[in-house]
Ligand binder design. Structure first.
Ligand code: BYC
Length: 350
């Protein structure tokens, strides 16, 4: 998608004791900082510090993996949606998530890493994905709670990423956020229907809120005091708000929605503080968060096993696509085999 322009890299070895090289690096750094401060977008061919590149690859690829793994909890309910309309909407939402994964892998590729390498990192357990997708979807109300809370948290976190300093990530996020907004509304509408329904349906909605509330708060990551990357990522304008700031914004926006639904947020410490104009809320169970990140959440093993199986089952599609691309290099595929060599020699990429 973007990678055709990626022909300039700054990975030539440098001698640390070479004053000319050091001065050159400092000038590049200074120019980079100026551009970030001036809200200019950094583009794939621009000079960037290696640590900026690595941070982006880490965050964007984790985000892509989250979208792809995130298809599973909802995919679980496509065949059991309560009506044709609900099924069509859920199917569209899950397909959107596959699309988000694709845009994000493409954005990460502009930083000089291949999608294959990123997928390998996930499949071999070397890459993280969002903690939230390691919880089970037990009832239909979970489709409502995920849309309302998980996509709601995603929007809160991702709208500021539309202003990220790295151009391809920022542009991918614009479209993703438009779709997340539809996802959030469809989830809220499911919760509204259930909470205005029978006593059994209302209880189902409440149970889903009880189970998804705390994991949704953990999506924003550890407290700022524990966050290893926030300070630098905010200085680089990759992140615009800290984890705690976004968590607070989410609670402030979501508690009134729960009240509208007539549901109780499962937090005995929750109250509105007139002085600050914000809700005060309790502490998530950070030991649970740590366990999920170590792979010990309720569904970690199941999610990874399913992803590996789906990857293996899709092998023939990748092979067919490669064979097709080798025969038709101008149609946009990556040429392989002798033709690829011929194109590479000519300095051309499909
Ligand atoms: N889960 O220094 P910190 C979606 C890790 S997709 C797992 O604060 P950072 C959706 C963090 O990676 C939702 N790991 O990190 C899809 C780091 O570990 P490493 C995904 C987490 O990057 C389908 C360590 O903890 N959204 O919404 O500054 C259906 C220290 O954290 C989590 C994105 O990916 C977590 N929750 O901030 C429906 C958005 N939190 O890498 C919905 C883009 C933290 O050093 N990403 N960690 O080993 C971000 O905005 C940031 O990466 C985060 C974390 C706020 C998530």
């Amino acid at each position: 998608m973007y990678s055709q322009g990626l022909d300039q890299r700054d990975d030539a070895p440098r001698r640390v004791d070479d004053p000319a090289a050091t001065a050159h690096d400092s000038a590049l750094h200074a120019r980079f900082d100026e551009r970030v401060d001036a809200e200019e977008k950094i583009e794939p061919n621009d000079w960037m510090p290696d640590s900026y590149r690595r941070t982006l690859i880490r965050q964007i690829s984790q985000h892509a993996h989250s979208e792809v793994i995130g298809m599973q909890p909802e995919g679980n309910w496509i065949t059991r949606a309560p009506s044709l309309r609900r099924k069509a909407v859920l199917l569209a939402k899950v397909q959107d998530e596959a699309g988000h994964g694709l845009y994000l892998y493409a954005a990460a590729e502009t930083l000089g890493v291949t999608r294959e390498e990123l997928v390998d990192q996930l499949l071999e357990g070397r890459a993280k994905y969002s903690s939230i997708f390691n919880y089970p979807t037990l009832t239909w109300a979970d489709m409502g709670a995920i849309g309302w809370l998980v996509d709601g948290a995603a929007i809160m976190n991702q709208v500021p990423l539309c202003r990220c300093s790295y151009g391809p990530y920022a542009r991918a996020m614009v479209r993703i956020c438009k779709e997340e907004s539809f996802h959030q509304r469809q989830g809220f509408e499911i919760m509204l229907t259930l909470s205005r329904g029978t006593a059994e349906q209302t209880a189902m909605a409440q149970d889903a809120l009880d189970r998804w509330w705390w994991p949704a708060l953990m999506m924003f990551g550890p407290h700022d005091s524990e966050s290893t990357h926030s300070e630098q990522s905010m200085a680089w304008k990759i992140k615009r708000f800290s984890n705690d700031e976004l968590r607070q914004k989410f609670v402030d926006a979501t508690v009134p929605q729960a009240k509208f639904l007539g549901l109780r947020v499962p937090d005995d410490d929750l109250h509105y503080d007139d002085a600050t104009g914000h809700y005060v809320f309790g502490e998530p169970d950070w030991s649970e968060f740590a366990a999920v990140l170590r792979g010990e959440g309720p569904c970690n093993a199941q999610r990874m096993a399913h992803r590996r199986r789906a990857h293996d089952e899709g092998r023939w599609v990748r092979e067919a696509a490669e064979a097709h691309a080798a025969k038709h290099p101008r149609s946009g595929g990556t040429p392989v085999g002798p033709e690829a060599q011929q194109w590479a020699n000519a300095g051309v990429r499909a």
